[in-house]
Design a protein around this ligand. Structure first.
Ligand code: GLU
Length: 307
């Protein structure tokens, strides 16, 4: 089966070196196999996500030669225009009795069980009777949670190896719709990757612990799951994770300092694909791309890159 990869950026700021590192690996992995890529804009959060960031991101990817085959400026690939699909998936889960309204306030929940992923394994709302739900609804609009099974979800990550999570004890029933009606990332990403025929998800290691929740959603919705590769995060020399606030490593600053080939050379060396940071094109890198050479552990960027 042909590989179909994806870029799934949240347009909440200018892309930085860490985002670029994951996108490059997603692109190389798909292109090395002669596969295609989707660019989906994950703009579920209307406050943080701006169309201008999405346009800039597309321009930055094109500057680097990281192209895609579907999506991008096509409106139907923006999550903000895909609510009907999330609503349909939600209805299917509801029909299976897998969802329930939750009236807990976020603060209350965090205080209950701060040690377990900030989520309580047992939500008191899971056992409310229809009468109790109706009474609560008069006071408050609920969020909605997905019930998780009492079983361990295991999978083999293409880079990180085997990973398991007992959702009931390590995660708990998790939100799929907020009380203001916004759809949760976990639901949207599964519905979209399945609807778009994505077969390979390459993304940052920070999302590894979300994957069992997503695998449960694939199972509950009767959808085929893609393969996953969780790639290292880039760290500043002091050990903190690079973030969009590190303006010195955003694409604006990087484009002033480097040509596309120079920047790809730096990233290729960090990704274990080249012995040096000599300039190289994306197409050239795709020819010899090899997952075996990609490091598993997070990568500290050199101080020279930050100055
Ligand atoms: N939109 C998410 C982000 O930018 C990535 C989601 C994913 O790759 O599953 O962090």
């Amino acid at each position: 089966m042909a590989v179909k990869g994806r870029f799934a950026p949240s347009p909440s700021g200018r892309m930085h070196l860490g985002n670029l590192f994951s996108f490059l690996l997603a692109w190389l992995s798909a292109r090395h196999e002669g596969g295609s890529l989707v660019l989906r804009i994950e703009d579920l959060d209307p406050v943080r996500c701006l169309p201008s960031h999405a346009w800039q991101l597309m321009e930055d990817l094109e500057w680097l030669g990281l192209n895609w085959d579907e999506g991008g400026d096509t409106a139907s690939y923006w999550q903000s225009s895909r609510s009907h699909l999330y609503a349909a998936a939600f209805a299917a889960l509801e029909a299976k009795g897998l969802t329930y309204p939750c009236f807990c306030s976020r603060i209350q929940r965090l205080n209950e069980a701060p040690h377990v992923h900030q989520v309580s394994p047992s939500c008191p709302c899971a056992g409310l009777t229809p009468e109790e739900v109706a009474a609560h609804r008069l006071e408050k609009t609920p969020s909605h949670r997905l019930r998780v099974p009492h079983k361990t979800i295991s999978f083999t990550d293409g880079l990180q190896g085997s990973y398991s999570q007992d959702l009931a004890t390590e995660c708990g029933d998790f939100p799929i719709r907020r009380s203001d009606g916004a759809w949760a990332y976990q639901l949207a990403v599964v519905v979209d990757d399945a609807a778009m025929g994505v077969t390979q998800v390459v993304r940052g290691r920070d999302l590894l612990s979300s994957t069992p929740r997503q695998l449960w959603l694939y199972e509950a919705l009767g959808l085929p799951a893609p393969e996953f590769y969780h790639v290292p995060l880039l760290l500043a020399p002091d050990g903190r994770r690079l973030a969009k606030r590190d303006a010195d490593l955003d694409m604006g600053a990087l484009r002033r300092r480097y040509s596309p080939a120079e920047l790809l050379g730096l990233l290729a060396q960090m990704a274990g694909q080249r012995p040096s940071a000599a300039p190289v094109s994306a197409l050239e890198l795709a020819k010899t791309f090899d997952w075996v050479k990609v490091p598993r552990e997070d990568i500290s960027v050199t101080p020279e890159l930050l100055t």
